[in-house]
Design a protein around this ligand. Structure first.
Ligand SMILES: [Zn+2]
Length: 145
């Protein structure tokens, strides 16, 4: 359920997206808030500026949360973002331990507004293979003392 307080923070994330456009960056903005609504960090998309395909705001904030917040604080934090996180960012958000995501535009709505955004493609991949060789480093690392 999205509350009035959520909507206020979501509007702030949309404002970050609008400022990103003014700066010449892609129109995506996000912020991370604590349980009382305090804004902990903000970011916008800098893929072009940084020449970095991973410079999505949600990924930046997931990395920030994993570095700065302890497990409990991350779990109590909410990421507010102007668009639904992509697959890359969704994975990072899970790993960061951030407890909740609230977004404005769903991916389908974004694609409707800008068909060039497209659905997220799937990379061709093959596997599994070489199990006996590949298991060595895994077992060595995770072997219990
Ligand atoms: Zn993303």
């Amino acid at each position: 359920m999205i509350t009035t307080a959520d909507e206020a923070l979501l509007r702030r994330a949309i404002g970050i997206a609008a400022r990103a456009v003014e700066l010449g960056d892609a129109p995506y903005g996000s912020l991370l808030a604590g349980p009382d609504g305090t804004v902990l960090a903000e970011a916008h998309n800098t893929v072009r500026r940084d020449d970095d395909i991973t410079a999505h705001p949600e990924l930046k904030l997931a990395r920030w949360a994993a570095r700065v917040l302890d497990e409990e604080a991350a779990a109590r934090a909410t990421l507010y973002t102007s668009c639904q996180p992509c697959g890359m960012c969704a994975g990072a958000l899970v790993r960061s331990g951030i407890g909740r995501v609230v977004y404005a535009l769903a991916t389908a709505q974004l694609v409707e507004l800008n068909p060039a955004s497209g659905a997220w493609p799937v990379v061709a991949h093959d596997g599994p293979a070489l199990f006996d060789e590949a298991r060595g480093p895994i077992e060595a690392y995770y072997r219990e003392g």
